[in-house]
Write a protein that binds this ligand. Structure first.
Ligand code: UDX
Length: 460
């Protein structure tokens, strides 16, 4: 099918490249001329494992191309994915001005019937506004617009895998034709008929993704409800961690046992520094504002947000308690990205911790495998060091703020020799308290007793 993708940010690039790789003809456009030039030169402006390969393959096959001319992209398309950003406004509401702007341009450019699909994360009832804007600004009487919603559940760092192997594909539609078109668009993925960029030679056997057809309002709500629930699970685990610290329990033992109950599930119960990134915090904010605007009391989600924000304070209290005086102390920070396998530092808890340390006039040396470039732009006054061992040299404390796998493999004996004081505060519960103690470290983390006679999980 001939598709247009409007907005070449993270969601647009993954959606456009993967749908082209799956066999569709995709023209992607963005109003950022420099970004289009970068993409036309075959370079990716974002760090996402595997996406460069997918994009290059689709371009080489002539199924994906980039243009700065929205009318050109829309003109040729049967279906149009709107993937523009909906960043938070001061109020926490989602900024929908880019959606409105694009709707007017589509309406002016279209000269044949179009399916217009919301892919951006938007509050419920945006679809209605979109349909109205398309009708109001439509110039061509032969043009009819159908609107649909198709929320994405892509995780940074695994987005290409998530696109080709989704748990579910949700489409919010108002008519059979829109449903037929969207099923056609996702047919290669539903039937597993694509050359998978993740698994070679073939994908492991698995059940095909669920294809959920709902109303547009439900589809819009599904995205906010899902992301908010993920945040709620994490905050719940973090409060359990607080209880464990007071009562001598081990949050990992508690959440592992909880997660064995399929009604709860093991994922998103990792206690630590809390959630960040460009999705969960802003989607929770937007969902709260939406609930408020419609007179729904969502205290549960307000608490989720409060608990999450408090993680930074709790880590600062641990640092204060260990160091007594933070001013002029040399602190090594390992991990800046909001999570591993991405260079994204937007709303990253690690960035907030570093800012707090700088405000206390600590001397911070920070390291991250890929996010230092982006962190450098927003953290003046920090010394960025590629090599974690060098970052640890002469440090009074070392903080683990992002759970990059390579940090587990570090030679911690060597780290303790490099440091002025072998003090590690592990905000992501990555390391074993017992092993760190055995290596002579002072060690703290979230919700796990420093040393305990662990009950090993006995599986039948
Ligand atoms: C999220 C959703 O997972 C995805 O479905 C949606 O489309 C976009 O938002 P992403 O922002 O990439 O994806 O990050 P995710 O993997 O969900 O992690 C979010 C944050 O939660 C990270 O800061 C991570 O460190 C934290 N987290 C995650 C925890 O603190 N504990 C956990 O158990 C899991």
């Amino acid at each position: 099918m001939r598709l247009a993708v409007i907005g070449c940010g993270y969601v647009g690039l993954v959606t456009g490249s993967c749908l082209a790789e799956a066999g569709h003809e995709v023209v992607a456009t963005d109003n950022d001329v420099a970004r289009i030039e970068t993409l036309r030169a075959g370079r990716l402006p974002i760090h996402e494992p595997g996406l460069d390969l997918v994009m290059q393959r689709a371009c080489a096959a002539g199924r994906l191309r980039f243009t700065g001319d929205l009318a050109e992209a829309v003109g040729a398309a049967e279906a149009i994915f709107i993937c523009v950003g909906t960043p938070p406004l001061e109020s926490g509401e989602a900024d929908l001005s880019a959606i409105d702007n694009v709707a007017r341009q589509i309406a002016a450019a279209a000269s044949s019937p179009k399916l217009v699909i919301e892919k951006s994360t938007v509050p419920a009832q945006t679809g209605e506004q979109l349909r109205r804007a398309l009708a109001v600004y439509g110039r061509n009487s032969d043009t009819t617009f159908r609107v649909a919603s198709n929320p994405e559940f892509l995780r940074e760092g695994t987005a290409v895998y998530d696109f080709f192997h989704p748990d579910r594909i949700v489409i919010g539609v108002e008519d059979q034709e829109a449903q037929r078109q969207l099923r056609e668009i996702y047919r290669p993925i539903l039937e597993g008929k694509f050359r998978c960029p993740v698994h070679q030679p073939v994908c492991p056997a698995g059940r095909p993704p669920a294809f959920l057809v709902t109303t547009i309002a439900s589809a819009e709500l599904i995205k906010h409800a899902s992301n908010s629930f993920l945040g709620l699970k994490i905050s719940y685990a973090n409060v359990i961690a607080d209880l464990c610290e007071r009562l001598g329990g081990d949050v990992e033992e508690v959440t592992r046992a909880m997660g064995l109950d399929p009604r709860i599930g093991p994922q998103f119960l990792n206690a630590g520094l809390g959630f960040g990134g460009f999705c969960l915090p802003k989607d929770i904010q937007a969902f709260l504002r939406l609930a408020e605007r419609h007179g729904v009391d969502f205290t549960l989600l307000k608490e989720t947000e409060k608990i999450n924000k408090r993680r930074i304070d709790q880590l600062m209290e641990k640092i204060q308690k260990a160091l007594w005086v933070v001013k002029d102390k040399r602190i090594a920070v390992l991990g800046l990205a909001f999570k591993p396998n991405t260079d994204d530092v937007r709303f990253a808890p690690a960035i907030e911790v570093v800012r707090r340390l700088l405000a206390e006039r600590a001397v911070v040396r920070a390291s991250d495998p890929v996010a230092m470039e982006k962190a450098r732009a927003i953290l003046p006054g920090v010394e960025f060091i590629e090599d974690p061992y060098r970052a640890a040299q002469g440090a009074d404390a070392l903080l683990l703020l992002t759970e990059w796998a390579q940090y587990r493999e570090l030679d911690w004996k060597r780290i303790s020799r490099e440091m002025a004081r072998p003090l590690v505060i592990d905000a992501r519960n990555m390391l074993s308290p017992a092993e760190m103690k055995a290596l002579g470290f002072e060690y703290d983390c979230f919700g796990r007793p420093a040393l305990n006679t662990r009950t090993t999980l006995v599986t039948a």
